[in-house]
Write a protein of this length. Structure first.
Length: 360
């Protein structure tokens, strides 16, 4: 057992005995995300390094404190990637923080979420016990899939020590097409294209009123991408990688122009129509994710609109401190499950107290 892991175990056991809250932190790139930050800092940066990597098996095992950029560079050298495009937000994220936040980039609707690529985890629970779940293959789960449960838990259940991830080869061909469409037209096109055998990978619509621009990214075999370009038409955008990276990290002009305002993320069915919102939206994930910058007084309206469309709204980034819940409170059955999971993994309630929901 290395010194960094031993130190983490000692800190956790002492905190559990004293009832002292701990704030788990990797690179800090997502400190803005979640209800609040509370407790003594317990960083994971000492838990670093790629433990094993088998390119032919499409699996990598990485210590939680490893910089995400280091992992991505290692994969790129072998022509592989994390297809869900985890955001960096201009910081220095870690692999553990990537899993704990559970956030994915523009390709999410086509390739799956972070948890879909988590094969196994090693973690420390609230008693300082080292636990392992899952493994390094897809069919390794009997019963409850605890390893994937850690994705999106924001560190409230335990400290990630190592994660095993499925990776994929980089697509051999890619193209981005631009279309001049209103939001209603863009949604209609995306829904129609989704039912066809096209190599759709990502989409982004921005605009005002009845005008706007749809960007569509295609990825796959060269023949499939070329055929889709001929079928769909539109204007081919050269060297579009920067556009998608900016969108992933909220550095695109749409986001930067709205800095200093509350940023809401609406998760709705892809088939949802144009929503009755007070501001212009940015639409991603083939209609399934919609961003809006809103005034503080519009919070209730944003949530009502999302629920009416069959989804939910998250206050993703608050411009100033607020008592408005960041996440939509879970329904009673799910709330009971989450509370019981928290009690089992972290009986003293020391990990990231109040980060996911204010109640725990």
């Amino acid at each position: 057992m290395d010194a960094a892991l031993s130190s983490c175990i000692a800190r956790i056991r002492a905190a559990a005995d004293a009832g002292t809250p701990l704030r788990i932190r990797g690179g800090g790139s997502k400190d803005f995300h979640g209800e609040r930050l509370e407790g003594e800092l317990l960083d994971t940066l000492g838990l670093a390094g790629i433990r094993s990597y088998e390119p032919s098996e499409l699996v990598v095992t990485v210590a939680a404190g490893t910089p995400l950029a280091e992992l991505e560079a290692t994969l790129a050298a072998q022509g592989q990637c994390l297809p869900f495009e985890p955001p960096h937000f201009g910081g220095a994220p870690t692999v553990g923080g990537m899993v704990a936040a559970g956030l994915a980039g523009p390709a999410r609707a086509s390739v799956g979420s972070v948890r879909d690529y988590v094969l196994g985890v090693t973690m420390l629970n609230g008693r300082g016990e080292l636990l392992s779940f899952g493994g390094q293959v897809m069919k390794n789960v009997a019963g409850y899939d605890v390893s994937r449960l850690m994705a999106g838990a924001l560190g409230t259940l335990g400290l990630l020590v190592e994660v095993s991830l499925k990776v994929l080869p980089v697509a051999p061909a890619e193209a981005t097409l631009r279309f001049a469409l209103s939001q209603a037209q863009a949604l209609q096109k995306l829904n129609a294209w989704g039912g066809q055998p096209l190599p759709l990978n990502a989409s982004r619509w921005t605009g005002e009123g009845g005008t706007g621009e749809l960007l569509l990214r295609l990825r796959g075999a060269q023949a499939a991408v070329d055929a889709a370009c001929r079928t769909l038409g539109g204007e081919r955008v050269p060297e579009a990688e920067t556009l998608w990276t900016q969108c992933r990290d909220h550095a695109a002009p749409w986001f930067t122009a709205r800095a200093g305002r509350d940023l809401w993320r609406l998760s709705v069915p892809q088939t949802a129509p144009v929503l009755d919102l007070p501001e212009a939206t940015l639409v991603e994930w083939h209609g399934g994710q919609r961003w809006i910058a809103a005034d503080r007084g519009d919070a209730d309206r944003v949530r009502r609109v999302a629920v009416a469309a069959g989804g939910h709204a998250t206050l993703f980034r608050a411009a100033t401190p607020t008592d408005i819940p960041r996440f939509t409170p879970p329904q009673p059955p799910l709330d009971r499950i989450q509370r019981e999971l928290k009690r089992q993994f972290d009986p003293a309630g020391i990990f990231n107290r109040g980060r996911l929901f204010s109640a725990f």
